[in-house]
Design a protein around this ligand. Structure first.
Ligand code: SAM
Length: 307
């Protein structure tokens, strides 16, 4: 996988040489190239921002600088889009299709798209252009899984008040698979941290990335019926007077599995009931249903419903 990151602070990404991502780069599994957006400027000050059209505080990243950079990284000839009406709705809508899915989810809670569903999980272009943006749909494990099937990812880190909104829409109109993602409901100073978060979530799913591939199979948010993971313990079994649950030292693997599954269901129902609401009742085992019923959920419909 080739990863191009564009930022006004490319040095930030030297941290990606550490840990497992560093090893993956040494093994040739991924190649990360961090670029300075200012290299595509032509003025003496290397300026990448300008005042917002319509007034207001702060500065906005200029589309022309981004375009020169992205045309080069994406191998596109610079061209105008005369066939696109700049006042058309396209320019006001969220860029990626998943945004529309998320809106549908909100409108139709009974007809939800499971955020970790495997449907359409390889539905991704060879090259994907990604912009972190706090006012975009939330980046999920499902997005990470989907993006791990791309060959080339290009990330554009925003700064200031963000980038000119025409940039992602322009590349979408030129046929590029463009995504905008928020990593959470808070505002950061720039896209660098958000890109690091997304990159780590995506690259750890690449075949050969993890020493033990089993460790990413049973994790929080993973699989077709995604739950928060059960609690984890290591030795000593008694530490500062606290002993781990006896079932975990019983040697009975069936009982351990059931205990962990029940705990995952209970923790998810407590902390993230929205994930329980997205489970497919038909895919739940009899024991899972029994646990959910005991937790106060109705499981006879398509998805569980809190009573
Ligand atoms: N004016 C923007 C707003 O209120 O939505 C905030 C811009 S923020 C200060 C600058 C840049 O940081 C954004 O363009 C984006 O690239 C990045 N950023 C900030 N918070 C983020 C978040 N929660 N998720 C993803 N990217 C974020």
């Amino acid at each position: 996988m080739l990863i191009d990151i564009v930022s006004v602070f490319p040095e930030y990404f030297s941290v990606l040489d550490l840990s497992l991502l560093g090893k993956a780069q040494s093994k040739g599994l991924v190649e990360v190239r961090a670029h300075n957006l200012r290299d595509w400027t032509h003025d003496v000050h290397h300026s990448v921002d300008d005042t917002p059209v319509g007034g207001g505080a702060g500065m906005v990243m200029k589309p022309a600088v981004w375009a020169e950079c992205l045309d080069e990284l994406l191998g596109l000839e610079p061209q105008d889009m005369p066939q696109v009406d700049p006042t058309a709705e396209l320019w006001d809508e969220p860029v990626q299709d998943s945004a529309a899915e998320n809106l549908d989810d909100a409108a139709n809670p009974d007809d939800t798209v499971d955020s970790a569903s495997t449907a359409g999980i390889t539905d991704v272009a060879d090259t994907v252009l990604i912009f972190p943006n706090p006012s975009a749909p939330l980046f999920t494990q499902r997005d990470a899984t989907q993006l791990s099937h791309a060959r080339h990812l290009v990330f554009g880190c925003g700064r200031y008040e963000g980038y000119d909104a025409r940039v992602p829409r322009y590349y979408k109109a030129r046929g590029v698979d463009v995504r905008e993602y928020s990593i959470g409901d808070y505002v950061l100073n720039g896209g660098e941290v958000a890109v690091s978060v997304m990159l780590e979530a995506i690259t750890r799913l690449l075949p050969g990335f993890m020493g033990n591939p089993e460790s990413i199979v049973e994790e929080s948010y993973t699989g077709s019926n995604a739950l928060l993971e059960h609690l984890q313990y290591t030795r000593p079994t008694t530490w500062r007077g606290i002993t781990v649950p006896a079932v975990l030292t019983s040697g009975d693997h069936g009982k351990v599995d059931r205990y962990r599954r029940d705990q995952a269901l209970a923790r998810t129902a407590d902390i993230r009931p929205d994930l329980i609401e997205k489970l497919d009742c038909a895919a739940l085992s009899k024991a899972d249903r029994k646990t959910l019923i005991a937790l106060g959920w109705e499981v006879s419909g398509r998805n569980p419903r809190k009573l």
